[in-house]
Design a protein around this ligand. Structure first.
Ligand SMILES: *Cc1c(COP(=O)(O)O)cnc(C)c1O
Length: 469
């Protein structure tokens, strides 16, 4: 295939995209295939000779599409959203066609300068102070890893990268049980070790880490001769939306000179709306914050916004300048690859520019507020429905519930059966989580094209199928 063939197939894909979205409600949300079913239809080896693109596209529709779980389906209520707004898809199309590597300013000045400006727009729109400087990371996992490496190096007085970790002080990092597994992996990769991730008990309806317990744990570690390095707090934990008291956590951390990183990967997008910002009150005191516009906001994976108070600490941790990467005589320019673990980087900021300009902040706020209101409405209806109980009330658009008919003995098994039955049915998609030992059903509304009717439909599907168990 040549670029001269591209207009024909590019138009085909554009038409396909519009048809796909128009017809999404008629497809099952979760792929209804069995393990190995797709692999069995794929050739065992790569072809020696090229094949016509129409054959490849036909096979895509025949073989691949049935094995796709439709994250853009308006009745996707599982996990967290992974929204691809049409405007951001267009931006990605332009970016992919040019495929620039945006590791240094000079390898595409527009990408660097756009990134700085878009992170400024986003920071201001979220109500974060101008003391924060933003960088786009591939994922919240990548941002949290960068934060953990920074807290490690800062605490070791920048000796870890040079000398390695053996013989260094035993570092300790603090977080509640509600943080995402990406925190554990950052601790592993940073060489700190799972045993040194200290779990702080939570309290209250938001499952917030207890600041007094945090303070006590830090003091006990110091007394034991360990070296506290930092705290990872969360706003909107993955299981039930747990929110730490960021202000109190930052105050305790500051008393001991520790670094604080806030993981708001999902919930952070909602902070475009002023009324939700109480959930992360005190965030201005943190050393770094991560949120994923590639979740709720509509700039499809990957686009994770990482705000740091001291970029020089981040680059002191991650920058490396072999001769071929030196950009002589360009004082004052930013090379964003020095702010992240991978060297190569896509031109991701273009997605935010297209998103903000086409929908406006007000358009995005309306979407976020609708999702929260519809989710609260569904929660209220389930609360009034016999045999259903709400386990954790809505944090933004996420709540958990359980089907608990009178006399039922094994509620965990019953609720897993309800989740499976609902997902096999295909009209909606939900997932389960465990909270305080119990298996519960998670519901979040956040899909870009979801309507109130889609959320109302979830009530009908859940109650109808529960009655058949
Ligand atoms: C989704 C999520 C993550 C991981 O995000 P990636 O961008 O996929 O790495 C981390 N923390 C929280 C709270 C999340 O919801």
């Amino acid at each position: 295939m040549r670029w001269t063939d591209f207009p024909k197939w590019g138009r085909y894909v554009a038409d396909w995209a519009a048809d796909y979205h128009a017809g999404l409600r008629t497809r099952p949300v979760r792929a209804q295939t069995k393990p190995g079913e797709i692999a069995a239809q794929l050739a065992a080896n790569a072809p020696e000779q090229g094949q016509p693109v129409e054959e490849v596209i036909a096979d895509f529709e025949r073989i691949v599409l049935p094995g796709i779980t439709h994250w853009q389906h308006p009745r996707f209520f599982a996990y967290f959203p992974s929204n691809a707004s049409p405007a951001a898809v267009l931006a990605d199309f332009f970016t992919t066609v040019m495929a620039p590597q945006c590791m240094l300013w000079q390898t595409s000045p527009a990408a660097t300068e756009m990134e700085t400006r878009m992170m400024g727009w986003l920071r201001d729109a979220l109500g974060l102070p101008t003391a924060f400087h933003g960088v786009i990371q591939d994922s919240a996992s990548g941002a949290t890893l960068a934060a953990v490496l920074t807290m490690r190096e800062r605490t070791l007085n920048w000796a870890g990268n040079q000398q390695g970790l053996s013989g260094q002080a035993r570092l300790r990092v603090y977080a509640s049980e509600e943080v995402h597994s990406s925190v554990d992996r950052a601790i592993w990769i940073a060489g700190i070790g799972q045993d040194n991730l200290v779990r702080i008990p939570t309290h209250g309806p938001l499952r917030a880490m207890d600041p007094a317990a945090l303070d006590a744990a830090i003091k006990a570690d110091i007394a034991a001769g360990h070296t506290p390095a930092g705290v990872i707090a969360c706003t909107g934990g993955t299981g039930t939306g747990a929110c730490d008291d960021i202000s109190a956590v930052c105050d305790v951390a500051a008393d001991h000179g520790l670094y604080t990183h806030v993981d708001a990967a999902w919930a952070g997008s909602a902070m475009l709306c002023e009324e939700f910002r109480t959930l992360w009150a005190g965030v201005e005191k943190a050393d770094s914050v991560v949120l994923n516009p590639h979740k709720w906001m509509g700039t499809q994976f990957d686009l994770s916004a990482h705000f740091v108070r001291a970029p020089e600490d981040l680059t002191r941790t991650l920058a490396i300048q072999p001769e071929y990467l030196k950009t002589h005589g360009k004082d004052g320019i930013i090379n964003y690859s020095e702010w992240s673990v991978p060297l190569g980087r896509r031109f991701r900021a273009l997605k935010l520019w297209f998103l903000f300009r086409t929908y406006g902040l007000e358009g995005l706020r309306t979407m976020l507020r609708n999702h929260v209101a519809w989710s609260e409405e569904l929660c209220a209806r389930l609360r009034e429905t016999p045999d259903f109980e709400i386990i954790t009330p809505p944090v933004l658009s996420l709540f958990t519930f359980r089907y608990a008919p009178r006399g039922a003995s094994d509620l965990d098994t019953l609720n897993q059966r309800l989740v499976d039955t609902v997902n096999d049915d295909g009209r909606i998609y939900i997932t389960q989580t465990r909270t305080q030992g119990a298996l519960v059903i998670r519901f979040q509304a956040g899909q870009f094209d979801a309507t109130r009717d889609d959320v109302v439909m979830a009530y009908d599907v859940i109650t109808e199928l529960a009655a058949t168990l």
